[in-house]
Design a protein around this ligand. Structure first.
Ligand code: NAD
Length: 538
């Protein structure tokens, strides 16, 4: 079954190219909107064929046909096939990291650590646990009220899952859904970001020859292709991306009554308390703010530090930031559009009185945005109100933990928050008062790499869940099966509705708590007599 994986991401994705073949009139495939060169420079990247929006319906139809057969493949066999992706992924680690470096500007180490290795854990986790997680579960039924009956729940595939993803982790984010979605018996039509189409094609190529044709297909292109996918009759839309697009997708899905899972932006804060290990906190915050050049939904975009240690903490953060080597520790930003947003936010904050302590905006048009730290007092600036998605770290001094919690919770975003303290018990008490979907104590952001840990937010960060059995609850639907082995010719609640049935109904209400003890005894007597009449059809 397994075929040799090819090293050419574009050519390695027959699903995309074959599926793109049937064209709607006037909807020719084209080179598309894809960038020809990556932000890291060098030779042009391989060409990628855009899927015509008019061809998406055909891809979904093929996926639907293929899904029916795939869902019949025993779970253990599905797991066996998908487990092979792990070896392919690890064997291609250097190639994947190199592509991510070229297409997104990531440092090679970061690409390997964030986008290759955790996916091996992901595949292990799901392929080992899927049988148990999908195992049917019985539903307890009262044998007196429901004699002869047995109930069970089976988790069944949704059908065709549309997966629409962003450019910031273009290998890891898709795999976190593709692997469990396929294991659960779904087909997946995957639309990678138009900024990172080659990484998207590479992800699909990891499954070459392991799945029946059409079970995993790629639709390459921009928002028009994503919109066509939602319109093509899919059964679930799993979306990770910006709030603005998330809202459009929510509306499109609501109009079609298609369930949707939305993982959106973030404005994560780090709350640094006076009793923290200052060196660890400073190092952790610097990494949490600048990894992936700050282009992570869980980047630290606000630090609230307690007054008592503020000066020492800020001094250390600034010193550590200045030690970061451009292009080695912190890569270039991926898109000029995003760099411009970051520049505008930074300039507005400085114009509003923020004190620049390290870094600063680069020349206009440059993607090499230096890691930047500034001390901010006012929160009424876009740098504190909106998602930044770039390497800028505003630090705010607060009186105490109470103020930090209140300010953290005041944001419309609530994805992850970190607390830095040695007071673990207090930290847990504070954590319970935070709105975010993930809280880390003395660490930040990395838990997206843990396949058993739910990744989720609230508010403008969306409410979708990635990873853990909670994600499986979105990728499947619970179906209830009832089996009745009773031989009686009818049930109590079937026709005809008679006076005896009415007496039974109200006497039951009294017996089950609607009356005091003496009322219940009286109701029991009534019940016995009414059952006898009911048996006689009265
Ligand atoms: P984006 O919203 O611009 O694009 C995301 C995807 O949506 C792309 O594939 C795009 O082509 C597609 N799209 C655009 N318009 C569409 C439409 N009308 N219908 C269907 N699809 C459409 O986001 P981006 O710039 O690629 O990614 C950055 C954003 O993603 C940030 O806000 C970041 O916080 C967020 N993000 C969130 C998480 C999380 O887990 N919560 C993880 C990573 C990134």
């Amino acid at each position: 079954m397994e075929t040799k994986a090819t090293a050419l991401p574009h050519a390695a994705c027959p699903a995309a190219n074959e599926a793109a073949a049937p064209q709607a009139p006037g909807a020719a495939a084209s080179a598309g909107p894809f960038p020809e060169r990556g932000p890291a420079g060098g030779e042009p990247l391989d060409g990628v064929t855009q899927t015509a929006p008019g061809a998406v319906g055909e891809i979904v139809a093929r996926a639907r046909a293929a899904q029916r057969a795939w869902a019949e493949v025993p779970v253990a066999e599905r797991a066996q096939r998908i487990a092979k992706v792990k070896r392919r992924l690890l064997a291609r680690a250097e190639e994947i990291a190199a592509l991510l470096h070229r297409e997104c500007g990531k440092p090679i180490e970061e690409a390997a650590l964030a986008e290759v290795l955790p996916n091996a854990d992901l595949i292990d986790y799901w392929t080992v646990s899927i049988e148990e997680l999908l195992d049917e579960s019985p539903v307890d039924l009262d044998p007196i009220a429901y004699p002869g009956k047995a109930g069970r729940i089976r988790r069944e595939p949704r059908g065709v899952v549309a997966l629409i993803t962003p450019w910031n982790y273009p290998v890891a984010i898709p795999l976190r859904t593709i692997v469990p979605a396929l294991l659960a018996g779904n087909a997946v039509v995957f639309k990678p970001s138009e900024v990172t189409p080659r990484s998207g094609a590479l992800v699909a190529s990891l499954f070459d020859g392991l799945l029946p044709d059409g079970v995993l297909a790629v639709a390459q292109g921009g928002g028009d292709v994503g919109a066509a996918l939602i319109d093509a009759g899919v059964d679930l839309v799993v979306f990770t991306g910006s709030v603005a697009t998330g809202k459009k997708i929510a509306v499109a899905c609501a109009e079609r009554l298609v369930p949707t899972s939305l993982e959106l932006g973030g404005k994560d804060s780090a709350i640094v308390l006076g009793d923290c290990d200052l060196e660890r906190a400073a190092r952790g915050v610097v990494w949490g703010a600048f990894t992936n050049a700050g282009q992570s939904c869980a980047s630290i975009e606000r630090v609230y530090v307690e007054q008592a240690i503020a000066d020492r903490f800020i001094e250390r953060v600034v010193a550590l930031t200045r030690q970061l080597r451009p292009g080695v520790d912190v890569g270039v930003m991926t898109t000029a559009q995003q760099a411009e947003i970051v520049r505008r936010q930074l300039e507005a904050a400085v114009a509003g009185g923020a004190e620049l302590l390290a870094g600063g905006a680069p020349e206009p048009g440059s993607l090499a945005f230096p890691p930047t730290v500034l001390k901010v007092e006012r929160e009424d600036t876009p740098l504190l109100r909106e998602e930044t998605f770039g390497p800028v770290l505003p630090v705010l001094v607060v009186k105490d933990a109470e103020e930090a919690i209140a300010r953290t919770n005041a944001s419309r975003f609530a994805l992850t928050t970190s607390l830095w303290t040695r007071g673990y018990e207090r930290a847990h008490a504070l954590a319970r008062r935070l709105r975010s979907g993930v809280v880390t104590i003395n660490n930040h952001g990395f838990t997206g790499a843990l396949p058993g840990a739910p990744w989720t937010g609230t508010g403008d960060s969306g409410s979708g869940v990635t990873s853990s059995p909670h994600a499986l609850a979105e990728l499947t639907r619970p179906r209830f099966y009832l089996e009745d082995r009773r031989r009686a010719k009818g049930e109590l609640w079937w026709y005809p509705y008679t006076p005896a049935l009415r007496t039974i109904a109200f006497a039951m209400a009294r017996v089950r708590g609607g009356a005091g003890w003496s009322g219940r005894v009286g109701a029991l007597v009534e019940l016995v007599a009414a059952f006898a009449r009911r048996l006689l059809g009265r």
